[in-house]
Design a protein around this ligand. Structure first.
Ligand code: GAL
Length: 355
């Protein structure tokens, strides 16, 4: 066999060998493009589903309850949860979410401090193949996978319905929530769904309407003092976006000798608010059974972490997409139904409310 032929034969053989190995490499890279967290997980740790819970704050009584109830619910489902709270700091919340993502959580649950800023967290999680649930507050303008909360517009309607029943005509003050919180906009929309027709009729005038920066009660106190001063204490009703701000509204009224004389609405059924209601300085609050919210999100989070896709009848538009959503029913609470609502549910003990 001539020299040239031998050389040609060897060249062909080398070429075949190279092509074969190149094909093999391409196959490998294709496979892990969007790794399922679970498959990776099984190989690297105890195989337990790991949920990350990125919270805005633990300032209000309710968030402490959300934290504990969610943790217990996730663990009851045989999964584990890592919880971080950012104390109202946007940059810190993004850093904490990055930490949870880098620790390999299978699913991220977020209570956004800032509805817009947290969109970055959703993008980072998705890049890592992790889906995200919006807990109680909606993340705006992002491809959030699921939103679970209460019907927050209904919260505002319940507040305004209770107060307009007592004060169908007069001067109103609205103490809103944090403008960065999408819920605050929904609460306010609900309140004005009820007030607007009465405003249009000239029965009601809203003489003061301000957001409460960062939901900080002291900001609500300052706003209420400003409202009283601007109206020479001539105010007939106050709707405050939650109980923490309502408590400060009542402190400001107290200073003017008006506590218990002017109806005040709140939200969250905090213990102090329940006490104020039975004592008569606060008119009502809106009870949101957080145990139901925490349980619902825990179950959905574990199912999604196992790869299930959750679709819902209800959708909420977050400015970018129609987000599959679960909205639970809020409940109006006053002196008359305190026992058959928050006390019957064990949300508060009777002896604590009627101390
Ligand atoms: C809202 C929440 C309320 C209230 C508030 C302050 O988003 O729905 O329950 O507590 O935040 O943190």
């Amino acid at each position: 066999m001539g020299l040239w032929r031998v050389l040609f034969f060897m060249l062909a053989l080398t070429l075949v060998f190279c092509v074969a190995s190149a094909c093999e490499n391409t196959a490998t890279t294709l496979k892990p493009v969007v790794p399922t967290k679970l498959s990776e997980k099984e190989t690297v740790d105890d195989g337990k589903i790991k949920i990350g819970f990125s919270m805005d704050t633990l300032e209000e009584e309710r968030w402490l309850r959300d934290r504990d109830l969610f943790k217990a619910a996730v663990e009851d489902l045989g999964a584990e949860v890592k919880i971080l709270a950012a104390n109202g700091d946007d940059a810190e919340q993004v850093l904490q979410a990055e930490k949870l993502i880098s620790e390999g959580v299978d699913l991220l649950v977020v209570v956004p401090h800032n509805a817009e800023a947290t969109a970055a967290i959703v993008n980072k999680a998705h890049l890592a193949g992790i889906r995200v649930i919006s807990y109680d507050r909606l993340v705006k303008n992002s491809d959030i996978d699921l939103y679970v909360s209460f019907d927050n517009e209904k919260v505002g309607e319940l507040q305004a319905e209770a107060i307009t029943k007592l004060v169908p005509k007069g001067k109103y003050v609205y103490i809103g929530g944090a403008e960065t919180d999408n819920n605050a906009h929904l609460f306010k929309k609900g309140v004005f769904n009820v007030l607007q027709p009465l405003i249009d009729k000239g029965d009601i005038t809203v003489v003061y309407d301000e957001w409460t920066r960062n939901w900080l009660p002291d900001n609500a106190f300052a706003n209420m003092e400003a409202a009283l001063a601007a109206n020479n204490n001539d105010i007939d009703a106050v709707i405050a976006a939650n109980d923490a701000t309502a408590g400060k509204v009542i402190e400001a009224l107290e200073k003017q000798g008006l506590a218990g004389k002017i109806p005040v609405a709140g939200q969250d059924a905090e213990l102090l608010a329940a006490q104020r209601i039975v004592q008569g300085t606060q008119t009502m609050t809106v009870y949101k059974p957080i145990q139901t919210l925490a349980q619902e999100v825990a179950e959905l989070a574990v199912r999604m972490a196992k790869g299930e896709y959750i679709d819902t009848d209800r959708k909420v538009n977050n400015g970018k997409i129609e987000v599959p959503s679960v909205l639970l029913a809020p409940i109006a609470v006053n002196k008359e139904n305190m026992d058959e609502t928050v006390i019957r549910d064990g949300f508060h003990l009777r002896e604590d409310v009627y101390r």
